[in-house]
Design a protein around this ligand. Structure first.
Ligand code: NCD
Length: 312
């Protein structure tokens, strides 16, 4: 087997990994998922995950904790800054240095672009970027791509519509950087004021087949998958600008009626009002399955970061 490229390595940006490396983690996710609990719980035994979230989180934090527990390891961390010394004015640098003393791998979410790169330079132990401003959320993209692979059987030759807040949505950027390794057609659908930041695609635009739209109807008949995102209210400098675009898109039964019968609807979650609950029961709605794949993918990623060789 090829050497493990994730061992003791920071996960800051999807751009740091090539196609072989992405596929290495997808393959490891299959393998770790198949392990017997006794074997699996050896992979993180005696190891500690330390986390700090400067922004709210439900799935990312809990799936990392659940993943670490399934490997036989433990998690410690700060989910509420009010109970930490950040409240007293402690810097990100000092906070990371201390978490580094108590853990074997660090998970960080922070509102600033570049925060994880900075933290990774300071810490001895590997860092996982769990969201850095509107820049990136690499493990979300890994689990999104793994979900597409499992549910659609491939990442090439698909027509993927990415809908919503493409300006501030960090999951969108990581996903696009990852998809740049595949030959797939991408339709970006957003209100003009929330269009993709062209400068952030500078390194990958040659590899992506992108078309931009403001009307979802333009792409519905051909989309194999619709990746819906939340309008990132907290990142708007002016709340009135948010009010202008809130509720721009709502995926509901009428949307499904105009789409391919097997269209998959994904969302990194949390959703607000961009997907109607009335479609949750349909086979098209795979966003909760996606959250469930997230735990398995994160378990495999942690196992690879903490162990040079995996069993199986
Ligand atoms: C996303 C995030 O934090 O960027 N959440 C997540 O981790 N699944 C998406 C969002 O907040 O809209």
């Amino acid at each position: 087997m090829a050497p493990n490229p994730f061992y003791d390595r920071d996960i800051v940006s999807i751009k740091d990994f090539g196609k072989d490396e992405l596929e290495f983690v997808f393959d490891a996710t299959d393998r770790v998922s198949r392990l017997k609990p006794a074997e699996r719980s050896e992979l993180g035994k005696g190891r500690t995950l330390g986390y700090i979230f400067y922004e709210p989180s439900t799935r990312t934090r809990m799936s990392f904790e659940a993943a670490m527990a399934s490997l036989g390891g433990s998690s410690i961390g700060i989910a509420d800054l009010k109970s930490s010394s950040v409240e007293k004015g402690e810097s990100l640098a000092d906070t990371i240095r201390v978490i580094d003393l108590y853990s074997d791998v660090i998970v960080l979410r922070h509102p600033l672009d570049g925060s994880s790169r900075f933290a990774g330079e300071l810490s001895q132990n590997p860092i996982i970027n769990a969201g850095s401003g509107s820049e990136e959320h690499p493990t979300q993209a890994l689990l999104d791509m793994y979900t597409i692979l499992k549910e659609k059987g491939r990442l090439d030759d698909l027509s993927i519509a990415i809908v919503g807040d493409l300006k501030y949505g960090r999951t969108v950027y990581s996903l696009l950087y990852g998809l740049a390794n595949y030959k797939t057609n991408i339709h970006l659908v957003s209100p003009p004021s929330l269009a993709i930041r062209k400068e952030s695609l500078y390194e990958v635009h040659n590899k992506l087949r992108i078309k931009e739209h403001s009307d979802l109807d333009d792409v519905l008949p051909e989309a194999d998958l619709i990746y819906v995102t939340r309008i990132q209210r907290e990142r708007f400098p002016d709340i009135q600008e948010y009010e202008k675009v809130r509720g721009s898109y709502t995926i509901n039964e009428k949307t499904l009626a105009r789409a391919k019968p097997d269209v998959a609807i994904m969302h990194p979650l949390p959703r607000v009002d961009e997907i109607s609950q009335s479609i949750d029961h349909t086979k098209n709605a795979i966003y909760f399955k996606q959250a469930s794949y997230g735990k398995e993918l994160r378990a495999a990623l942690l196992a690879l970061m903490l162990n040079e060789n995996l069993p199986g």
